[in-house]
Design a protein around this ligand. Sequence first.
Ligand SMILES: [Zn+2]
Length: 213
Amino acid sequence: MKFLREVTEEELQNWGVRYSSDYKYVAIKIAVANVLVNRSFQSWSFDSLKTAVKLLPGNPFILDHNWNQVKEVVGTIATGQTLKLPINKKDLGISEDEIQRNKLAIDIAGGFYEAQVIAVAPILSDTKNILDKIGSGIIQKVSIGAYSFNHFVCPSCRKKFEDKSCFCLPPKNHKQANSEGFAPFSIREGLRDTFEVSVVVIPRAATAKILPW
Ligand SMILES: [Zn+2]
C-alpha cells in the first residue's frame, strides 16, 4: 500500500499552503476522528467533526508527543472533509459492550462519520527519516494532539451532563461505563479549537490512523 504521494505546486496553491519550490512535498491522508467511542469513553458529535475539518487546516502535523522534539514538526494540515462510511466489524470494538456503545454513538450521529484530512510535508534531510517510516506503514497511528470543546452531552438523555434533569454521570473508566448511574459514554460537543495532529504510539481513538492512497 502507498501511504505517501507527491504533490504538485498547483495542489499546494489550491490548498493555500505556504511552500518552497526548492523542495519536493508529499501528501498523507489521515483519519483523525470519528463518532465511535474512544478508550476514554468519549465520542465526538457529528457537528464537532464538521468543525474539526474546518479548524484543522493550517495546524501542524507530525509533532511527536515528546515536546522537546520540536524539529519533528514537519508538516501542515492542508485540507479536510467529513465522510459517511459503511460500518465494518474492524471499526467496532471487540467486546459486546463496545459494540452496543458504538451502535448508540452511530445512531445519535446519524451514521458512521469520519473526519479525514490531508497533510503535506516537505522532504528535507531531517524529515526524510520520519516520512520514510510513514511511507512504509511503520508509523501509522495518529491523534488530534490537543483541542478544546464546550461541553459533554449524555447519550442516554441527549442533554448536557450539567443539566439538572440528567441524572447520569460521565464515565471515566470501563467499570463506570458499565455501572448504574453512569452514562455508557460522553459525547464531546461544541468543538472550539484544534492545535495539532500528532504521530503517536497508541491513539485514544483506536481507528485514528494514516490511510493508504
Ligand atoms: Zn443523562
